[in-house]
Structure formats: C-alpha cells, structure tokens
Design a protein around this ligand. Structure first.
Ligand code: ZN
Ligand code: ZN
Length: 411
C-alpha cells in the first residue's frame, strides 16, 4: 500500500473511531457529497469493522443544490418534506452517530438570492429542531471532517493546476488532522485533546468575570462571561457517555458570552465565506451585546442579511481561543471553509450559543436564555485572531490575568 492509501485509510478510521467514536450496534449516518462516495465507503468500512449496526447515507451535491436555489419553485424554500424531518429528527432521537464529510465549492451559491438561503435556514432550523438541539447538547455523537474536491482545491490554490491543487489540499488537510500514514494519528489526537483539556481546566479554574480583547487592527472590546460558564475544548461526551470530537481538526477552546454585555469595536482578521459570498474587511460596533453597526469592504449586504436572520443573529454566541501558532494557522492558507479557518485563529460567532454553562445540557432554551446564553437559528464564526492579539481575563475580585499575549496562550 502506498503512502497516500495508508493516509486515506488512517484518516477514515480516525473520523469513525475518534471523531464520532462509533459503538457496537450504533447506527452511523454519513452526509457526503456524491463526488466523494469513494471516501464515504472507506468510512463505512471502518464503521462496520467497529461493529456499527448500519451505515445510512445522506447524499449531497453542489450542482443540484445550486440548481434548486436558482430554478425550483419559490414556495419550496419555506418548507421541508416530512420524510426529511423524520430522517434528521428520528436518527437524532435514536442517538445515531452523524458524520459529515464537508466538501463544497466555496462559490457554489454565488449569485443565488440570499433571501432564499435565509428562508431555508429558517425552515430547517424549525423543522429539524430535534436534530439541531441534539447536536447542540451532545445527545448524539457527531463529527465534521473534510476531503478535497476540485472546485474547492482550485479556489484555495488558484495558481496550481487542478491535480496539483488537489494534492496540495490533501497535504494541508493531513497536516491539519495530524495524519501521517504511520498509524499514529489516534495517539497524536489523544495527546492533542489532553493538552486542550489541561488548558480548558486552567481557564475554568479562573472563573473570569469578563475578558478584554485588543489588537493593532483596531479590535478593542470587553465582554462578560455568564456565572457558571464553562470553557470547552477537544473531546465532547455524548449522552450515552462516549467521548467524540465534533470537529476534525479542532484547535479551539470556547465558551459563550453573557449575551447583553459585549461593548466595543471588533475587526475580523480574515475574510468570511458565507453562502458562496466572500465578506472582507468586517467591522462590528457592539453595544450591550448587540451589533449596532456592521460594515465590510466587500459583501456588506450579505453580512447585514446574515446578522438579521432573526433577533439572536445580531448577538454573540461563542468566544473561541485558538493560538496563532497552530498546525493550521502555520500553513498560512485561507481554506474558504470554516472547519479549517475557524481553527486557524481566535474567533467569535454571532448567533446561537452552545450550552457552555454548568448543567447547560439539561436546561431548556428559556433557562439558557435566563443565564445569558444567546438563542438563534444561525451560528456563524468570524476570525479575529492576529499575531499581536492580547486577551486579558478579569476575575470577580478585579485581578487581571493575561490569557493571550502576542496571539498565543499565556499559559
Ligand atoms: Zn468555534
Ligand atoms: Zn462556532
């Protein structure tokens, strides 16, 4: 077996064994582009080998998605078929593992009416509520991983031929997910998640009342953290008690802000790719948690549409810490894919908060809201990390503790 085949097998097994951590007798749902069926087969083989009950496919296709947005009857964008609701919600109730092979042309929805995309987000948010709630509170194990497709690879490496771009994107992904072909990926992930867990514990032990972000780009804002907030990172634990890794790669440690407490100015440090549009030069002014001014050098309309999908979309739901010095960030590549780009830099999300609070997974939406956690049907990460970013944690008794110095963890 050549090196490439070894790495592919190691990667598929990693997603199944460590990513969703498939258990004997458990159903595995795989969402995958039809172009990557060959890779889904590798994942399915690894799952059956681990004693999986059944692999069920949820096929995706960029071209058909685009065609539907452009040409389907307008009424279809507000409804979801009952069979699809049952597909998502019933597998979620069953506790089936959900593996997403995310590979899409970043420009696939360019020129599509953004209103239609927003309506679909609303309809699926409403109709697949059991699925999305289960994903948010870890009632079933899920994992998102990526494999290259030519349209995506050529966007990331515009100066290379299609074949060279595919090879380069594979190399970048293997480096990001710590797959070498030597069979040590599982051990390296155990080491990596242990390091994330150690830093998470340090952050949780400080019980910060607020954070202050500042860099030369112009970001200068403060935000309070809810009482009982929890920093999370690395492995999650499903309701059935099994660890899983929701994103591969993952470099972040994150928590949720108290939704009405952010104040100041925030500059994005990288472009944001949203529904096939590239938004560059984002600047937000925030008052009492709400984005009161949103400007961008490019894609401002798309940005403003994204933060007004619903009431919660103009409030923040996530604060994530990612060292500037990490295997993804060090590659200095814009992936045009949030899975990678969000793990290259500190980021904030507008929209839904994960229940990052003591006992949060058992709280209703109203209870989470009462603790200051934001609710929205959307959740969009934008990057704010720079090599000079400083983040200071302020404890309840007013002590100032450096959390980030010059773009990296102070501890
Ligand atoms: Zn994040
Ligand atoms: Zn996020």
């Amino acid at each position: 077996m050549n090196l490439q085949d070894k790495r592919l097998d190691e990667y598929a097994a990693l997603l199944v064994r460590i990513g969703v951590n498939i258990q004997k007798g458990q159903t595995l749902v795989i969402a995958c582009p039809v172009d990557c069926a060959w890779f889904a087969r590798k994942c399915a083989a690894a799952a059956y080998e681990a004693g999986c009950r059944e692999v069920v496919m949820n096929w995706k296709d960029d071209a058909l998605t685009r065609m539907r947005y452009l040409q389907a009857e307008d009424s279809v964008f507000d409804v979801t078929p009952v069979w699809q609701q049952e597909f998502y919600n019933n597998y979620a109730k069953e506790g089936a593992a959900y593996l997403v092979i995310s590979a899409t042309d970043p420009m696939n929805l360019a020129g599509v009416d953004t209103e239609r995309v927003t309506r679909v987000t609303r309809a699926t948010g409403r109709d697949f509520a059991v699925f999305y709630a289960g994903q948010m509170n870890n009632s079933f194990p899920w994992c998102i991983g990526s494999v290259p497709i030519p349209s995506w690879a050529c966007k990331v490496f515009p100066d290379k031929s299609e074949e060279e771009a595919m090879d380069a994107l594979w190399e970048a992904i293997f480096a990001a997910v710590r797959v070498s072909g030597k069979g040590d990926a599982v051990a390296r992930w155990q080491e990596h998640t242990a390091r994330l867990a150690a830093r998470t514990k340090i952050l949780n032990d400080y019980r910060f009342a607020s954070l202050h972000y500042k860099n030369a780009l112009g970001t200068d804002f403060t935000v309070q953290l809810p009482k009982g907030h929890l920093w999370m990172g690395g492995a999650d634990v499903s309701r059935a008690g099994n660890p899983f890794i929701a994103n591969m790669p993952t470099e972040e440690i994150f928590t949720a802000p108290d939704k009405e407490t952010a104040n100041g100015v925030i500059y994005a440090s990288m472009p944001l790719v949203e529904d096939g549009n590239i938004i560059r030069g984002i600047r937000f002014r925030v008052e009492n948690g709400k984005i009161v001014e949103a400007t961008a050098d490019e894609g401002q309309d798309v940005l403003r549409a994204a933060i007004t999908v619903d009431e919660g979309a103009s409030y923040f739901g996530e604060l994530a810490l990612v060292p500037y010095d990490s295997p993804i960030s060090n590659q200095k590549i814009l992936f045009y894919n949030t899975l990678f780009d969000e793990n290259a830099a500190c980021h904030i999300a507008f929209g839904e908060a994960y229940p990052c609070i003591e006992n949060g997974e058992n709280m209703s939406r109203e209870e989470l809201g009462a603790h200051g956690l934001n609710y929205s049907i959307t959740h969009v990460d934008f990057m704010i990390g720079t090599p000079d970013l400083s983040i200071t944690g302020i404890t309840a008794d007013g002590k100032e503790i450096p959390v980030f110095v010059d773009g990296n963890f102070a501890f």
